[in-house]
Design a binder for this molecule. Structure first.
Ligand code: SAJ
Length: 419
């Protein structure tokens, strides 16, 4: 059945962690969706109704949408009434925003634009990107009018709607979370909002595109700064021989204090990346934001030093490293501090046997596969053989482990779950 509120076809460019769930949520509400991705394996799998990565409830929703006939996948950008761009915006090795995927998507969709089309950028972007996207499309299509030239009724409407969903809860948060939609003109925002109202039960706040870009970066930088505070506290507590978890718990009893949880570092494709976009546009002003990035980026090294210090007590040490993903209960290893810790340890301690275990992963990531002193094994086998157990990710399976297994081992619990 078609959706009664939005009758257009939506092309979702990029079938990753944000694009695919968004495509599926729209399709399962009766919108005709065409998913576009450069990766032929992703396109083939999505077309068959198979998820290319794990996310709770995504598999059932995708197979339902495929069964309804509302979603298809292709490598070619089609003609559509609306385009949602949800491609990666990583950083370069020197911490600059790499917007090449956004502009490659724009180049591919420009020839397909028809009057009345809406283009929504969801990818997290430095302030000003949506305006630049509009100028790029306008240059490619001089036959059409864009919000830049005609304020009231351009041929093409352009907006930024930053994603806000938390991996591990994507399918719930896509529907429940409030959204910000920033249009290049108020009408652009309103047109884009018509699509999001199909599935979003949260409040939709309308704004301008650059403010929406800035709001998204403010959100993720806020979290990074707060995690950095917790991580800095943990390093101070290590120095003083204090239990940071106990300190945080006590401090959080204050009615206006809510310290986040220290960990082995900050990973993922968002919090560890997006603050750099603010540093990039305002290097002199973004002092705290840059410092927080450096504190969080320094935490994995601190953990490596702790493990090495403990390993020094054994003649032929065996270290079990539990968890590789960037956070609990996901299989995503992008920017994962756990992977960084394991790699550094394997490199710096060639004589140490490292047994890695992650119930979310069936094989070692390519960056770890070539270390001769490193093997992926079952959790219980890793712990049984280990002198030192380093807990790097708080997966549910690790939380519920029998503490008896840890008896007689040196335990380095970077997530504070075994206290
Ligand atoms: N972490 C800690 N301590 C904490 C919380 C998190 O060490 O108390 C670590 C995690 O282990 C992980 C990293 O921080 O390595 C990031 O995890 P996360 O759960 O804080 O965030 P993400 O990256 O999974 O998702 C974030 C969310 N942003 C905010 O909460 C402000 C999400 O809403 C965004 O949609 C997402 O970034 C995104 O795509 O931008």
């Amino acid at each position: 059945m078609a959706n009664p509120f939005y009758s257009g076809t939506v092309a979702v460019i990029g079938l990753g962690y944000i694009g695919l769930p968004t495509a599926v949520v729209l399709a399962s509400r009766g919108v005709r969706v065409i998913g576009v991705d450069l990766n032929p394996v992703t396109v083939e799998r999505v077309g068959r109704g198979e998820i290319p990565f794990f996310e709770p409830d995504l598999a059932t929703s995708l197979s339902g949408a495929v069964a309804l006939g509302n979603i298809s996948a292709t490598m070619e950008t089609p003609v559509a009434d609306a385009y949602i761009i949800a491609v990666p915006t990583p950083i370069t090795p020197d911490e600059q925003a790499d917007m090449s995927a956004v502009f490659a998507a724009a180049a591919a969709l420009a020839p397909q634009l028809r009057p009345g089309a809406i283009v929504v950028l969801e990818s997290t972007s430095p302030p000003g990107t949506t305006e630049e996207l509009s100028r790029t499309l306008a240059a490619a299509r001089p036959d059409l009018t864009f919000p830049d030239d005609v304020n009231d009724s351009p041929d093409i409407y352009i907006a930024h709607c930053p994603e806000r969903v938390l991996p591990g809860r994507l399918m719930v948060e896509l529907v429940e979370n409030n959204r910000v939609i920033g249009g290049l003109t108020p009408e652009c925002a309103e047109r884009a909002a018509e699509i999001y109202r199909v599935f979003c039960r949260g409040e939709i706040q309308l704004s301008d595109a650059t403010s929406a870009e800035m709001a998204k970066l403010a959100e993720n930088s806020y979290r990074d700064v707060n995690i950095a505070y917790a991580n800095e506290l943990s390093m101070i507590c290590d120095k003083l021989g204090l239990d940071v978890w106990e300190i945080v718990k006590m401090a959080n009893h204050h009615p206006r204090v809510n310290i986040l949880q220290p960990g082995p570092g900050v990973g993922g494709h968002c919090i560890a990346v997006d603050p750099w976009f603010l540093v990039g546009v305002a290097p002199e002003e973004a002092v705290l934001i840059r410092t927080a990035r450096m504190v969080n980026d320094g935490k994995p090294l601190h953990v490596v030093q702790q493990i090495r210090k403990s390993a020094g007590r054994f003649r032929e040490p065996v270290v079990a490293c539990l968890g590789l993903s960037y956070k609990a209960n996901v299989d995503d290893i992008r920017e994962s501090p756990a992977v960084e810790i394991v790699a550094a340890l394997a490199e710096q301690e060639p004589a140490t046997t490292i047994l890695v275990s992650d119930p979310m992963l069936s094989r070692l990531p390519a960056s770890l596969a070539s270390f001769p002193n490193l093997t992926l094994v079952k959790t219980q086998d890793a712990i049984a053989a280990a002198d030192i157990v380093a807990l790097l990710v708080d997966h549910n399976q690790f939380r519920t482990l029998s503490r008896k297994l840890l008896e007689g081992k040196v335990v380095l619990d970077t997530r504070g779950i075994w206290r």
